[in-house]
Write a protein that binds this ligand. Structure first.
Ligand SMILES: NC(=O)c1ccc[n+]([C@@H]2O[C@H](COP(=O)([O-])OP(=O)(O)OC[C@H]3O[C@@H](n4cnc5c(N)ncnc54)[C@H](O)[C@@H]3O)[C@@H](O)[C@H]2O)c1
Ligand SMILES: [Zn+2]
Length: 360
């Protein structure tokens, strides 16, 4: 990820965790590592990381209870206290071992601990590998909303070992595939074709197929993030499916996985593009059936009332009076641009409501 002044590498592969000691030596040398992980991942991979490093460095492990609801300031506070008690100094480094929740909270600890220390992301969910470990966004949720307190802090290195996905619950594998399909749809038609044709291998967790998906997705996200580091415009394309998706998450009290909510969002936003004459019916249908083949939902759950979704979207920062702005598909592999080259297109509330009503 070639960010000016904060460039870092992402190592992706089958079994690359075995190379961790050497990789750390090269990219993030330290005499004291603090592993931050959650209660599901720590027993699976945390201990393996700890024992691999224990001969050459002091290693502290801090574990919090798994779950999005623990991505909060209390966890941040408890983790920083544990690191202080362990005597982790300015020459220390944090290893975030887990999914996006661990990555976000451990990254925020790294951003703030002693005013900022280096960290390495070791993502263990497909979503974390292809999405949350790229871009440097760290943070926690508050009662007022998700990700409202945080910071940009780029890791020194990301090590994505697709072998760790063998233990991932099936629903989380599909949820990660939702973001992968999004990457193909917005930026790379050939990738979308490949995801469709290797669907069985991906769902069977074939390491080569997974490594290809992670690599291609990471390249796409890194390209967009580097082009638009502080979210001035282009990064909006990564929000395809997310305007409706976020509203679905809010309206259903976060009972769906993020990837499931944005699958519904992508299907709805593709129909929206179709109604506006921006997206072809063939591409909209193709996206919807690909999502379904990866066991993802494309219809609104009963509790997500269209009017309520509309209200949530109006409150979203992207909303303007009487219309909501969307990143829409031009065709498979390409995002549509507005009249002046904008990355989002305004859509009337009436049309959005009509499309949502038809999607239950
Ligand atoms: N920083 C960013 O740019 C960014 C981008 C997208 C999402 N996110 C954040 O990521 C979070 C979601 O991430 P997630 O989907 O990875 O959720 P998660 O971290 O909660 O992981 C999902 C579940 O799988 C478990 N798990 C993780 N790895 C496992 C493995 N290999 N085997 C078995 N179980 C495993 C976890 O303990 C958890 O129960 C959200 O908080 C979201 O806000 C951040
Ligand atoms: Zn997302």
């Amino acid at each position: 990820v070639p960010l000016a002044g904060a460039a870092y590498d992402i190592v992706i592969g089958d079994g690359v965790l075995a190379d961790l000691p050497g990789l750390l030596e090269r990219y993030c040398p330290s005499a004291h590592y603090a592993i931050i992980s959650d209660s599901h991942v720590a027993p699976l991979y945390g201990e393996r990381v700890r024992s691999a490093l224990a001969q050459r460095a002091n290693v502290t492990t801090a574990v919090f209870t798994a779950g999005e609801w623990n991505k909060n300031r209390e966890t941040w506070s408890s983790l920083t206290d544990q690191l202080l008690a362990a005597g982790l100094g300015r020459d220390g480094a944090i290893l975030a071992v887990g999914g996006g929740v661990v990555g976000d909270v451990a990254g925020f600890v790294a951003a703030t601990y002693l005013r900022g220390i280096p960290y390495v992301q070791i993502p263990t969910t497909l979503l974390a590998m292809i999405d949350s470990s790229v871009g440097g966004k760290t943070g926690v949720d508050t009662a007022a909303g998700k990700n409202l307190v945080g910071s940009f802090h780029q890791p020194r290195l990301v090590v994505a070992d697709v072998q760790t996905l063998a233990s991932l619950p099936k629903s989380h594998l599909s949820a990660g595939m939702s973001e992968a399909l999004k990457h193909g749809a917005i930026a790379d038609r050939g990738y979308f074709d490949r995801l469709e044709s290797s669907r069985d291998a991906l769902l069977a967790r074939d390491p080569a197929a997974l490594a290809d998906a992670v690599t291609t997705s990471v390249r796409i996200k890194a390209l967009v993030v580097v082009a638009d580091e502080r979210e001035q415009g282009q990064r909006a394309m990564l929000n395809f499916g997310h305007t409706v998706g976020h509203a679905v998450e809010t309206a259903t009290g976060y009972s769906l996985l993020h990837g499931e909510a944005i699958a519904i969002g992508m299907a709805a936003e593709a129909t929206l593009g179709q109604k506006l004459g921006v997206t072809s019916e063939t591409d909209a249908k193709r996206l919807e059936s690909a999502l379904e083949r990866f066991n993802l939902p494309t219809r609104l759950p009963d509790e997500a009332l269209s009017a309520r979704l509309m209200e949530v979207m109006r409150h979203d920062k992207k909303a303007r009076s009487g219309e909501v702005r969307f990143s829409l598909l031009k065709k498979m592999g390409e995002i549509a641009r507005g009249e002046k080259g904008e990355w989002t297109i305004p859509v009337s509330s009436e049309l959005v409501l009509e499309v949502l009503e038809a999607r239950r």
